[in-house]
Design a binder for this molecule. Structure first.
Ligand SMILES: *Cc1c(COP(=O)(O)O)cnc(C)c1O
Length: 269
Protein backbone atom coordinates (compact mmCIF):
# COMPACT_ATOMS: atom_id res chain seq x y z
CA UNK A 1 0.00 0.00 0.00
CA UNK A 2 3.03 2.24 -0.35
CA UNK A 3 3.41 2.71 3.39
CA UNK A 4 6.98 3.15 4.53
CA UNK A 5 7.85 2.26 8.14
CA UNK A 6 10.81 3.41 10.22
CA UNK A 7 11.62 1.75 13.55
CA UNK A 8 13.32 3.94 16.15
CA UNK A 9 13.74 4.13 19.91
CA UNK A 10 11.98 6.88 21.85
CA UNK A 11 14.58 6.66 24.64
CA UNK A 12 16.55 9.19 22.59
CA UNK A 13 13.65 11.56 21.91
CA UNK A 14 15.61 14.03 19.77
CA UNK A 15 17.06 11.20 17.68
CA UNK A 16 13.58 9.76 17.31
CA UNK A 17 12.10 13.08 16.19
CA UNK A 18 14.78 13.48 13.51
CA UNK A 19 12.95 10.72 11.58
CA UNK A 20 9.89 12.98 11.23
CA UNK A 21 9.41 14.23 7.67
CA UNK A 22 6.63 16.09 5.90
CA UNK A 23 5.34 12.66 4.83
CA UNK A 24 5.10 11.16 8.33
CA UNK A 25 1.42 10.48 8.99
CA UNK A 26 1.49 8.41 12.16
CA UNK A 27 3.75 7.63 15.10
CA UNK A 28 2.99 4.37 16.90
CA UNK A 29 4.48 3.86 20.36
CA UNK A 30 4.05 1.22 23.02
CA UNK A 31 4.43 2.35 26.64
CA UNK A 32 5.37 0.68 28.90
CA UNK A 33 6.94 -1.42 26.17
CA UNK A 34 7.07 -5.17 25.73
CA UNK A 35 9.23 -6.75 27.04
CA UNK A 36 11.72 -4.22 28.49
CA UNK A 37 9.12 -1.98 30.16
CA UNK A 38 10.54 1.19 28.66
CA UNK A 39 8.45 4.30 29.19
CA UNK A 40 7.96 6.94 26.49
CA UNK A 41 7.51 10.65 27.20
CA UNK A 42 4.28 10.77 25.21
CA UNK A 43 3.27 14.37 26.15
CA UNK A 44 6.53 15.73 24.65
CA UNK A 45 6.22 13.41 21.68
CA UNK A 46 2.65 14.58 20.97
CA UNK A 47 3.62 18.26 21.12
CA UNK A 48 6.38 17.80 18.56
CA UNK A 49 4.41 15.39 16.35
CA UNK A 50 1.40 17.68 16.20
CA UNK A 51 3.60 20.61 15.11
CA UNK A 52 4.48 18.35 12.18
CA UNK A 53 0.85 17.42 11.49
CA UNK A 54 1.54 13.82 12.54
CA UNK A 55 -0.91 11.69 14.55
CA UNK A 56 0.27 9.80 17.63
CA UNK A 57 -1.09 6.37 18.53
CA UNK A 58 -0.24 4.69 21.85
CA UNK A 59 -0.44 0.98 22.59
CA UNK A 60 -1.45 1.22 26.26
CA UNK A 61 -2.00 -2.50 26.83
CA UNK A 62 0.57 -2.82 29.66
CA UNK A 63 -0.62 0.32 31.47
CA UNK A 64 -4.37 -0.23 31.06
CA UNK A 65 -6.85 2.66 31.41
CA UNK A 66 -6.70 2.11 35.17
CA UNK A 67 -3.08 3.29 35.40
CA UNK A 68 -2.64 5.62 32.44
CA UNK A 69 -4.79 7.70 30.08
CA UNK A 70 -2.79 8.65 26.98
CA UNK A 71 -5.66 10.68 25.46
CA UNK A 72 -4.99 13.12 28.33
CA UNK A 73 -1.31 13.26 27.27
CA UNK A 74 -2.38 14.43 23.80
CA UNK A 75 -2.46 11.11 21.98
CA UNK A 76 -4.84 10.85 19.02
CA UNK A 77 -5.41 7.09 19.18
CA UNK A 78 -5.08 4.73 22.14
CA UNK A 79 -5.01 0.98 21.61
CA UNK A 80 -5.58 -1.78 24.14
CA UNK A 81 -5.44 -5.50 23.61
CA UNK A 82 -8.64 -6.71 25.30
CA UNK A 83 -7.03 -10.16 25.30
CA UNK A 84 -4.79 -9.10 28.17
CA UNK A 85 -5.72 -7.11 31.30
CA UNK A 86 -9.04 -5.74 30.06
CA UNK A 87 -10.51 -9.22 29.62
CA UNK A 88 -8.22 -10.36 32.38
CA UNK A 89 -8.86 -14.11 32.31
CA UNK A 90 -6.95 -15.35 29.23
CA UNK A 91 -10.19 -16.56 27.62
CA UNK A 92 -10.97 -14.09 24.84
CA UNK A 93 -9.46 -12.26 21.87
CA UNK A 94 -10.16 -8.61 21.24
CA UNK A 95 -8.83 -5.13 20.83
CA UNK A 96 -10.04 -1.56 21.14
CA UNK A 97 -9.08 1.82 19.72
CA UNK A 98 -10.15 5.00 21.47
CA UNK A 99 -10.01 8.41 19.79
CA UNK A 100 -11.13 11.97 20.48
CA UNK A 101 -11.80 13.16 16.95
CA UNK A 102 -15.19 12.01 15.54
CA UNK A 103 -13.85 12.27 11.96
CA UNK A 104 -10.97 9.92 12.81
CA UNK A 105 -13.42 7.57 14.49
CA UNK A 106 -15.53 7.51 11.33
CA UNK A 107 -12.47 6.67 9.23
CA UNK A 108 -11.41 3.85 11.57
CA UNK A 109 -14.96 2.52 11.77
CA UNK A 110 -15.06 2.35 7.98
CA UNK A 111 -11.88 0.25 7.94
CA UNK A 112 -13.24 -2.01 10.69
CA UNK A 113 -16.54 -2.50 8.85
CA UNK A 114 -14.88 -3.26 5.53
CA UNK A 115 -12.09 -5.49 6.88
CA UNK A 116 -14.44 -7.40 9.19
CA UNK A 117 -12.52 -6.94 12.45
CA UNK A 118 -15.68 -7.26 14.53
CA UNK A 119 -15.72 -8.81 18.02
CA UNK A 120 -17.88 -11.90 18.51
CA UNK A 121 -20.86 -11.58 20.89
CA UNK A 122 -19.33 -14.06 23.35
CA UNK A 123 -15.93 -12.30 23.44
CA UNK A 124 -17.75 -8.97 23.90
CA UNK A 125 -19.72 -10.40 26.81
CA UNK A 126 -16.58 -11.82 28.44
CA UNK A 127 -14.86 -8.44 27.99
CA UNK A 128 -17.70 -6.62 29.74
CA UNK A 129 -17.55 -9.13 32.57
CA UNK A 130 -13.79 -8.77 32.89
CA UNK A 131 -13.95 -4.96 32.88
CA UNK A 132 -16.08 -4.95 36.03
CA UNK A 133 -13.08 -6.10 38.06
CA UNK A 134 -10.36 -4.22 36.14
CA UNK A 135 -9.66 -1.83 39.03
CA UNK A 136 -9.32 -4.44 41.77
CA UNK A 137 -7.30 -6.74 39.53
CA UNK A 138 -4.90 -3.99 38.47
CA UNK A 139 -4.30 -2.89 42.06
CA UNK A 140 -3.34 -6.46 43.00
CA UNK A 141 -1.29 -7.05 39.83
CA UNK A 142 0.73 -3.91 40.60
CA UNK A 143 1.08 -4.72 44.31
CA UNK A 144 2.35 -8.24 43.55
CA UNK A 145 4.61 -7.08 40.70
CA UNK A 146 6.26 -4.50 42.97
CA UNK A 147 6.95 -7.18 45.62
CA UNK A 148 8.29 -9.63 43.04
CA UNK A 149 10.47 -6.95 41.40
CA UNK A 150 11.91 -5.90 44.78
CA UNK A 151 12.61 -9.54 45.66
CA UNK A 152 14.35 -10.24 42.35
CA UNK A 153 16.41 -7.06 42.54
CA UNK A 154 18.20 -8.24 45.69
CA UNK A 155 18.62 -11.86 44.51
CA UNK A 156 22.28 -12.87 43.99
CA UNK A 157 21.45 -14.89 40.82
CA UNK A 158 19.66 -11.93 39.20
CA UNK A 159 21.72 -9.29 37.42
CA UNK A 160 19.01 -6.81 36.43
CA UNK A 161 15.30 -6.16 36.95
CA UNK A 162 13.01 -4.15 34.68
CA UNK A 163 9.95 -2.67 36.40
CA UNK A 164 8.85 0.99 36.14
CA UNK A 165 7.94 0.98 39.85
CA UNK A 166 11.55 0.41 40.93
CA UNK A 167 13.64 3.52 41.68
CA UNK A 168 16.44 1.80 39.68
CA UNK A 169 14.31 1.91 36.49
CA UNK A 170 15.88 4.52 34.17
CA UNK A 171 12.51 6.23 33.59
CA UNK A 172 11.06 5.79 37.08
CA UNK A 173 10.51 9.56 37.50
CA UNK A 174 8.75 9.82 34.13
CA UNK A 175 6.64 6.75 34.96
CA UNK A 176 5.61 8.39 38.26
CA UNK A 177 4.51 11.51 36.36
CA UNK A 178 2.51 9.62 33.75
CA UNK A 179 1.15 6.58 35.57
CA UNK A 180 -0.86 6.12 38.77
CA UNK A 181 0.53 2.57 39.11
CA UNK A 182 3.12 0.50 37.29
CA UNK A 183 1.25 -2.58 36.14
CA UNK A 184 1.89 -6.28 36.45
CA UNK A 185 4.71 -6.96 33.97
CA UNK A 186 8.27 -7.54 35.22
CA UNK A 187 11.39 -8.40 33.24
CA UNK A 188 14.65 -9.72 34.66
CA UNK A 189 18.04 -10.97 33.63
CA UNK A 190 19.63 -13.91 35.38
CA UNK A 191 23.32 -14.54 35.79
CA UNK A 192 23.79 -17.11 33.08
CA UNK A 193 22.64 -17.81 29.57
CA UNK A 194 20.19 -19.93 27.55
CA UNK A 195 20.69 -23.05 29.70
CA UNK A 196 20.16 -21.20 32.97
CA UNK A 197 17.10 -19.42 31.54
CA UNK A 198 15.64 -22.80 30.53
CA UNK A 199 16.35 -24.19 34.01
CA UNK A 200 14.33 -21.37 35.60
CA UNK A 201 11.47 -21.76 33.09
CA UNK A 202 11.26 -25.50 33.77
CA UNK A 203 11.33 -25.10 37.54
CA UNK A 204 8.53 -22.68 38.37
CA UNK A 205 5.24 -24.26 39.43
CA UNK A 206 2.93 -21.26 39.93
CA UNK A 207 4.34 -19.23 37.04
CA UNK A 208 3.07 -21.11 33.99
CA UNK A 209 5.14 -21.21 30.82
CA UNK A 210 2.87 -19.50 28.29
CA UNK A 211 2.85 -16.79 25.65
CA UNK A 212 0.11 -14.38 26.70
CA UNK A 213 -0.11 -12.03 29.69
CA UNK A 214 -2.49 -10.02 31.84
CA UNK A 215 -4.60 -12.88 33.19
CA UNK A 216 -5.29 -13.86 36.79
CA UNK A 217 -2.64 -16.62 36.67
CA UNK A 218 1.05 -15.73 36.73
CA UNK A 219 2.95 -16.49 33.55
CA UNK A 220 6.65 -16.76 32.78
CA UNK A 221 7.90 -16.41 29.24
CA UNK A 222 11.19 -16.45 27.40
CA UNK A 223 11.12 -13.85 24.59
CA UNK A 224 14.24 -15.37 22.99
CA UNK A 225 12.36 -18.57 22.08
CA UNK A 226 8.81 -17.16 22.09
CA UNK A 227 7.64 -13.61 21.22
CA UNK A 228 10.99 -12.50 19.74
CA UNK A 229 12.09 -15.81 18.20
CA UNK A 230 11.65 -14.39 14.69
CA UNK A 231 14.45 -11.86 15.27
CA UNK A 232 18.09 -12.67 14.73
CA UNK A 233 20.31 -12.68 17.81
CA UNK A 234 21.97 -9.45 16.57
CA UNK A 235 18.60 -7.70 16.18
CA UNK A 236 17.51 -8.84 19.62
CA UNK A 237 20.73 -7.72 21.28
CA UNK A 238 20.55 -4.36 19.46
CA UNK A 239 17.16 -3.88 21.14
CA UNK A 240 18.42 -4.95 24.55
CA UNK A 241 16.80 -8.41 24.71
CA UNK A 242 19.55 -10.78 25.80
CA UNK A 243 19.62 -14.58 26.10
CA UNK A 244 19.39 -14.32 29.90
CA UNK A 245 16.18 -12.24 29.86
CA UNK A 246 12.89 -13.61 31.24
CA UNK A 247 9.49 -11.94 31.37
CA UNK A 248 6.85 -12.32 34.07
CA UNK A 249 3.17 -11.52 33.96
CA UNK A 250 2.53 -11.31 37.68
CA UNK A 251 -0.93 -12.61 38.50
CA UNK A 252 -3.29 -12.44 41.44
CA UNK A 253 -1.91 -15.25 43.60
CA UNK A 254 -0.46 -14.39 47.04
CA UNK A 255 2.78 -12.47 46.53
CA UNK A 256 4.52 -14.67 49.16
CA UNK A 257 3.68 -17.78 47.12
CA UNK A 258 4.94 -16.17 43.91
CA UNK A 259 8.21 -15.17 45.58
CA UNK A 260 8.65 -18.67 47.03
CA UNK A 261 8.09 -20.14 43.55
CA UNK A 262 10.78 -17.89 42.05
CA UNK A 263 13.11 -18.60 44.97
CA UNK A 264 12.82 -22.36 44.33
CA UNK A 265 13.39 -21.92 40.59
CA UNK A 266 16.43 -19.68 41.08
CA UNK A 267 17.85 -22.10 43.64
CA UNK A 268 18.32 -24.64 40.80
CA UNK A 269 21.00 -22.39 39.26
C1 LIG B 1 -0.63 -8.94 23.15
C2 LIG B 1 -0.31 -7.55 22.79
C3 LIG B 1 -0.77 -7.03 21.59
C4 LIG B 1 -1.60 -7.85 20.61
O1 LIG B 1 -2.84 -8.10 21.17
P1 LIG B 1 -3.73 -9.37 20.75
O2 LIG B 1 -5.02 -9.12 21.46
O3 LIG B 1 -3.01 -10.58 21.27
O4 LIG B 1 -3.84 -9.35 19.27
C5 LIG B 1 -0.42 -5.74 21.28
N1 LIG B 1 0.32 -4.98 22.12
C6 LIG B 1 0.76 -5.44 23.31
C7 LIG B 1 1.56 -4.54 24.19
C8 LIG B 1 0.47 -6.75 23.69
O5 LIG B 1 0.91 -7.21 24.86
Amino acid sequence: MGVEVVFASTLDMEGFLRHLTSKTRLIWVETPSNPLLRVTDVPTLCQRAHQNGTLVAVDSTFGTPYFQTPLDWGADIVMHSMTKYMGGHSDLLGGVLTVRDPALRAQLFEVQKVSGAVASPFDSWLTLRGLRTLAVRMRTHAHNAQKVAEYLEQHPKVSRVYYPGLPSHPQHELAKQLMTGFGGMVGFEIKGNVNEARAVLQSTKLFLLAASLGGVESIISYPVLMSHAAMTREERYARGIQDNFLRLSVGLEESEDLIADLANALATL
